[in-house]
Every structure is written in structure tokens, then in C-alpha cells.
Write a protein that binds this ligand. Sequence first.
Ligand code: SF4
Length: 316
Amino acid sequence: MTDTTASATPTDTAPTDTTQPTDTAQPAGDSGAPRRRPALSPSRAGDFKQCPLLYRFRAIDRIPEPPTKAQVRGTLVHSVLERLFALPRGDRSPERAHELLAPTWEELSQQSPEWAELFAEDETGPDGHAAGWLDGAGKLLDAYFGLEDPNRLEPEACELHVETELGSGVRLRGYVDRLDVAPTGEIRVVDYKTGAAPRAIGEAKALFQMKFYAVVLWRTRGVVPRQLKLMYLRDGQDLAYTPDEDELARFERTLEAIWSAILAAGRTGDFRPSPSKLCDWCAHQSLCPAFGGTPPEYPGWPEPTGGEESALDRAD
Ligand code: SF4
């Protein structure tokens, strides 16, 4: 099947008007290149649903969040699994996966030296890497092999950028960890979960993310994915879900409603805190009125990248 949605990692152009949110097409910039339109990603949509103020801090104020060791380890494991699938079938063994860990970490830590600093205090092994931490990543890979044999699979793509525009004009974009397409054309969307948050707390969020991808694939390929599969590598369990067209149509309307609510809040800056158990994982408690803090002055709508997500978002 031809993939019409894959593309290189996007880059953004500078905005002209940062005061008014819009959901209409952007004109060409000074360079003549068309502007990248604002879009909703599963992470940012999930943020708004969880807490509008959290969305504001992440997507509008763009307040940096120090990465956690668990997030960085997740990014490493995702990267190793992507490289594992680049090997020929038959070569995708646990030993090869473990061998890929150190060189993959070398590359990632060169790209993001601040990630390596997280482990500066850790005890190092004979290869000079934080021993316990790489060992933890190896255990996640072992759990992966306990769930499936990658030699029996030939994914169509790993780390696939997907993007579509709904009939209403709402643009959706995100990254799928792995896309399996059967010879019959049936699609399976696979997502690896490596995060430290308890599974019960993350499950609704994960399913929201998977349905988001299912809508994008349905709209770009005209096929409802047969299966959405979440692989929990911390506890070696998986969860498979089969969406249907009616459900995805309803979910599409939910996404449109979320985007409308974001645009409405973006016009006024009225992003309210919504405290929950998930506040325990929020890096912005000191700025949150629910915890006695004061948010910075509202900077206005940051066209055109209100829905962007980072590599760390994709490896929770
Ligand atoms: S601490 Fe909780 S209520 Fe406050 S911004 Fe973070 S998630 Fe929202």
C-alpha cells in the first residue's frame, strides 16, 4: 500500500500574528513557503482534555520541562526497536537488541547532551555508560520479546508521521510507533508504553492517543484499522482494541470539539486549571493557581504550532 502520510520531521516557520487563534489556511511566509498550519496532536489534545492550563503551559507558553529518566529511557527503547526492525528477519534477537542499546544511546545523547547530564551522577559500567539505567532499558527490551517475535513481522513503517485534515478543517498530526499492514490490507497500529506512571492511570490516555491515530489513518487511507495494540513493556502485558467506524466518527467529533474549545480559550487566554491525580506528574505546579502559584502573563496564541509534540511525548 502506498503511504501518502509519511514525511520528514517537520520544521516550523515564524508566525506573523501571535494574537488571534485561527483555524483557517495560512498564507505563504516571507520566504514564499506555505506556513505550517496549526494542528492538534494526541499529546496536546490529551493535555487540554486533562487540564486546559497544562495545555497552555506546554503548547502556548512552551515552558521547558526537564525530561525524566523514564522518558529518556522510553525514547531510547523506542529508537532501539525501530533499529531492530531495520534488520533482516531472523536477525532480530534479544542479543542484537541489547547490542544496539549503547550505540543508540551514544547518538541520542550527542543530539541531546542534556539527556546525558541526567545520568552524570549514576554509577558507570565498563563501557562508560550509566550501568543501572542501561540495564533497565535492556529489561524493557526483554519484556518486548516476551510479547511477540519481531522475526514474524514486517512492519510497513516505524515512527511514522501521520497527518490529515478533517472535513471541518481541523488538522491532526502525530507519530505512530509502528504500523503493520497485512497482505489483506488490514491495518494494526502498535504503540510501545515504557513510562513510569501506573498503567491504570495511563490507560485512558493511551486509548485516546490510539483512537486519534485510528482516525488519521481512516481518513488518509479509507480503512478503519483492524486493531490498536498497546504494548506495556514495564509489566510485559499488551492490550488490543478493535475500533469501529461509528466510534471513530464520534471520536472525530470529540477532537473537533476539543480544537474549538482550544481556539476559544486561545482568544481570551482563559485556560483553567483542572486538578486531578495526574497533577503528581505535572512539572508546572509552582505556576498553577490550584497549588498557590501564578501563571505568567498570557503571551497570545503562538501560530502556527499550537499542537506540536516532542520526541519525549512520543515515548511515554
Ligand atoms: S498542577 Fe494540575 S491543575 Fe495545575 S496545571 Fe498541572 S495538571 Fe493542571
